[in-house]
Design a protein around this ligand. Structure first.
Ligand code: B12
Length: 369
């Protein structure tokens, strides 16, 4: 079904630059209109169930940021994937399927009222198409439950135990499992890939199915961060000669940082001098930092598709610098499942996980010698 929807949507006319710009510049005003239209509906209780209006408002804001990225990049694979995800996730929290056409209709009205007719037209066509494919999106959302990467057989039990300890907030067990699995620095990347990453994806799927709260998701990631910090302090030691310098960071508005931390630590373990800047890094400060530090490699992470244009903007700025510029690698969940995205954003390379990021960095280093 995804292929059929892809074929249909890619036949729609491309969105002109002026419409993309108008959409992005008027996001806040349109979100406010959509919120007003939706919250004044008599049937709102039926549409969003017992959920607070705030959750719906948050969806409208996320929708706007996300659609701005889809329009700017012309990436309809992202659209189909994420709309199906939104149907699944909000429906499992008690939103009726009827909420989705209602909110898309509200967007049509907000677009028509806020933007000039010729700029709104091409955008409204995409909303009309989404509205016309409501039944297909319901089917797709039920069909494509995302499947987390699974650990190898030997790690399955440990990973399952780790997931349980994380969502129960069992600090002692989390630390114990970490200590048992990681005896030396060399064990760290395997532990990241066979235990922590699949465990966090499983936590995400539990949240998506409405089985755990956002608080539990925070608890799990806070515990993982504490464990990874303890392991880092104990095991990662400065080495002699360095392969080169790297700056690792999550994009602006990107609060997911566990993956970027793994990339930073793995590069450091492999002998790179790494500056790790963490989550939600504002663009201008990031560019200043990179310009002053002069790394060989910049590594940017994005989990949310709505942060892809932020990644693209950083890449465009760095690429425009005169003289030698760092190689730029990108990664994170937002890039998974959409081929060619890294190249489209102008990155020099993409790596699926922290081990591949290390390989890519080595390849670049060898090419320089
Ligand atoms: C923990 C978590 C959070 C925490 C993050 C806290 C923190 N300090 O990091 C909090 C609670 C803040 C959060 C917030 C949100 N989250 Co959240 N979150 C997660 C969760 C469960 C785990 C993330 C994680 O740690 N993954 C483990 C790491 C190791 O995996 P990774 O990031 O993919 O990294 C690996 C590779 O991708 C790669 N890689 C990563 N970065 C880079 C960079 C480079 C350069 C390279 C080469 C490679 C690379 O290497 C890494 C290691 O191998 C995910 C589920 C998931 N599948 O990831 C959802 C998930 C990402 N979140 C999601 C959502 C929707 C949100 C929110 C919008 C709503 C919410 N849940 O509260 C907000 C958005 C906040 C924002 N603006 O960023 C969705 C996104 C869905 C989508 N289609 O867009 C997910 C997938 C959950 C789900 N199943 O629905 N979240």
């Amino acid at each position: 079904m995804t292929h059929r929807l892809m074929a249909e949507v890619s036949e729609l006319p491309a969105i002109p630059e002026s419409s993309v710009q108008a959409y992005t510049e008027n996001l806040a005003a349109m979100v406010e209109k959509v919120n007003k239209i939706m919250s004044s509906r008599a049937d709102i209780g039926l549409l969003i169930g017992e959920n607070p209006l705030q959750l719906m408002f948050e969806n409208h804001k996320n929708h706007a940021l996300f659609m701005g990225n889809v329009f700017a990049l012309g990436q309809y694979a992202l659209l189909i994937q994420t709309v199906a995800w939104a149907y699944r996730t909000y429906h499992s929290r008690g939103f009726a399927y009827a909420y989705f056409p209602a909110h898309l209709q509200a967007w049509r009205i907000a677009l028509g009222e806020t933007l000039a007719e010729d700029t709104a037209g091409p955008l409204i066509r995409i909303y009309d198409w989404m509205l016309s494919r409501h039944e297909e999106f319901i089917a797709l959302s039920e069909e494509t439950r995302s499947v987390s990467p699974q650990p190898d057989q030997a790690w399955k039990e440990i990973c399952n135990g780790f997931v349980q300890a994380l969502i129960q907030g069992d600090k002692a067990r989390v630390m114990e499992l970490g200590q048992e699995a990681v005896q030396s620095a060399q064990d760290l990347p395997v532990f990241y890939l066979q235990v922590v990453q699949p465990a966090m994806y499983a936590v995400g799927e539990m949240w998506e199915r409405g089985e755990i709260s956002v608080a539990k998701e925070h608890l799990a990631s806070a515990l993982v961060n504490r464990l990874m910090s303890a392991q880092y302090i104990e095991l990662v030691r400065p080495q002699g000669e360095k392969r080169g310098r790297a700056v690792v960071s999550a994009a602006a508005n990107e609060f997911h940082e566990v993956g970027a931390t793994m990339v930073a630590n793995s590069l450091e373990l492999d002998g790179w001098e790494v500056e790790y800047l963490g989550a939600n890094m504002p663009q201008d400060d990031f560019l200043d930092f990179v310009s002053a530090y002069q790394p060989d490699i910049v590594a940017l992470s994005a989990a949310l598709a709505s942060n892809l244009t932020a990644v693209q903007s950083v890449i465009q700025h760095i690429s425009a610098w005169p003289g030698k510029r760092p190689k730029i690698m990108v990664g994170g969940l937002a890039f998974q499942g959409v081929s060619g995205l890294a190249q489209q954003l102008g990155a020099d390379g993409y790596a699926r996980d922290c081990a591949q990021a290390v390989q890519l960095a080595r390849t670049w280093q060898e090419q320089q010698v």
